[in-house]
Design a protein around this ligand. Sequence first.
Ligand code: GLV
Ligand code: MN
Length: 195
Amino acid sequence: ADPDSLQDFCVADLNASISINGFPCIPASKVNASDFFFALSKEGVTNTSNLNSSVTPANVLAFPAVNTLGISMNRVDFDLGGLNPPHSHPRATEMGLVAEGSILVGFVTTSNVYYSKVLTPGEVFVIPRGLVHFQKNVGNKKGIVFTSFNSHMPGVVIASTTLFGSQPPMPNEVLTQAFQVDDAVVNSIKSKFGS
Ligand code: GLV
Ligand code: MN
């Protein structure tokens, strides 16, 4: 989904003082072999929230070599019952490979149709660009999913935190009307997402 490159590579200078769409390149003379390699070998820390999951990105911010190449990855770790909560990527289609575990993968189309399947190691899935999706570990051991994107920076909109955790907060009169619940319900959800 990203624009075509105009050269072989453009390893990002993340600290450049100019601001463009993407990042400027570090000079080719300063690029080393190590720039083009990145480890997603480490298990993420899954116990920092009740989601029991962890996303380790290999996007342009973590792996500057993908700058302008229209590609990136994540590693997603799941403890028992772990959930990567409903979210969407405004700038990329996602394709994922289940490496370990039994993972329920679901997404909803713009026609409000829900598609889902439980995947096991070696199986892959695709999430069309922009659609809300999730993964949940439904097996009896840890899970690992490697996801890939056709953008160096897919972006992520997490449904729960977008609506209930923004700063400043979205007004209650919007959320009570949208979800047809009262202020107490909205306040309760907001309190869990820091808004
Ligand atoms: C999974 O949905 C991911 O965005 O890595
Ligand atoms: Mn995703």
